[in-house]
Design a protein around this ligand. Sequence first.
Ligand code: F6R
Length: 610
Amino acid sequence: MCGIVGYIGKRNSQEILLEGLKKLEYRGYDSAGVAVYTASGLQIQKAKGRIANLESKLEEAPLNGSVGIGHTRWATHGKPSDVNSHPHTDNSMKFSVVHNGIIENYITLKEELIEKGHVFVSETDTEVISHLIADLYEGDILKAVQKAVKRMTGAFALGVLTEFEPDRLVAVRQASPLIIGIGEGENFIGSDIPAILEYTRNVFILNDGEMALLTREGVELMTLEGNFISREMFRVDWDIVTAEKAGFDHFMLKEIHEQPRAYRDTMGSRISADGTQVTLNELTTLTPEAIREINRVHIVACGTAYHAGMVGKYIIEKMARIPVEIDVASEYRYRSPIITKDTLVIVVSQSGETADTLAALREAKRCGAHVLAITNVVGSSVAREADDMIVTLAGPEIAVASTKAYTSQLVAFYLFGLHLAQTLGTQTAAEIAETLAALKALPEQVEAILEQAEAIKGVAEEMAKHDNLFFIGRGLDYAVALEGSLKLKEISYIHSEAYAAGELKHGTLALIEEGVPVIALATQHELLEKTVSNIKEVKARGANVLGIAVEGELELQKSVDSTFVIPKTLDVLAPALSVVPLQLLSYYASLARGNDVDKPRNLAKSVTVE
Ligand code: F6R
């Protein structure tokens, strides 16, 4: 949560900081601020609300200077307000700090500093850091920060400036992401690569427990104790254009439309040219011998990634016949899961920085499990700490509501399930080839669905008039129903619930009354008759049912009020298609309600706090 950016160079830092913050706004957008070293010393400007508010203030009173730090906030300690916005400073106003994370012992530190005469103005944990650094400062900002971080517990990525040393910018990473951008005569810090990609493609990715000293001339990397580190530079090979809207009204719509490309890229060379084999060359420690040792799989993730994991559980159990448990990451390590060296723990995370997922990964490793990450960000913490990784090639996902990352995660699970089946001999060559052929057909099938977007728009506008609705489905359809419901809630703010269709009658059916919209997913052939019975139960109570059905299922179409038809595929692959109309439905419902589709209230793209 929260986005940090920093610049030291020769250009006007205000512009660079604002542009960087706009790229990071997905991480939080409650308030924003910058601190710039100007001719009259360190000056701070902040504004509650979107970055546009800060921009207007800066247009009226620009901060001119070539060194600065900036922040976009997702509030944790203290409500969104000007005073709680970062950068924070101390009583002398000579130090300035931007922070992403949570300082767990801030109350103790604050009391200690108040005793010493420090006066606090905000409700934040971050303000403690600026006072602490000021308190420990003895003429060297690097040393003061090193001493301060020793006193702090929790998660923190920091950018620190002092007016006393205007040619130095200090950056710290401890359990919150931070990267360093290397330019010519200028250097950058950012919570994420898009913040600096306009200026450089050369980055250092800091690890936890590391810090950096940036000057115009160079960057020194070191541990928090001050031991120098040498690190290979990471060259970013994707373009800033892939992080722009490309003519679409919203990132979410653009990302929904990118799914055929994301499918093709994620399958790419992982399927042999003759379509008979999956080759996951990237698995280095998960050798065929290691795979044969696995006796259980745990899948751990949050939110949408968790919903992809629910499909993953089904795929692995069906294709490889290994028992799979699935947990939301925030629960996993607190239930004392049984993890042994024969457990494969699969963590799924688009960003690779979700705090709970990362903590689950660490717990799994601590217990000796083999950890496989399915992630969209190669240099992320999850990617670096897992034993093995399957990268989803969805490209940067900017909209808060995840779409192309989810479907690419499904593809990763299909490939991995088939890889297990090949290795363990749990499916015949013909079964594997049949699934691969159907997988390869998915991109075109998604394109066909996207061509019907207008039809979904009409349905969505009607649904947007309601305050409650339900999604039902059985088996894999239930997993997709959960994802459809989450998508709708997070961007349209319509209350919705997803139910296993057969479970509705055990209580929730009481909520069905005349006109309540129910979206019934019915793509699983073996379960079709049972789902139709459940549809009849809600219809009998007055529900208005939209069916999501596979082409040709006329019986189902007769039981519902309207139908959206997806192209024919194997039942196991249906989620990769049936979720697409649900994504469009949420998008258009959000638009119809006049919401900010890409930046829904109270949320942030990357949840780096527990
Ligand atoms: C919903 C959404 C979130 C994320 C969740 C995990 O649209 O995007 O539920 O799926 O916060 O994020 P990652 O995948 O980055 O770990």
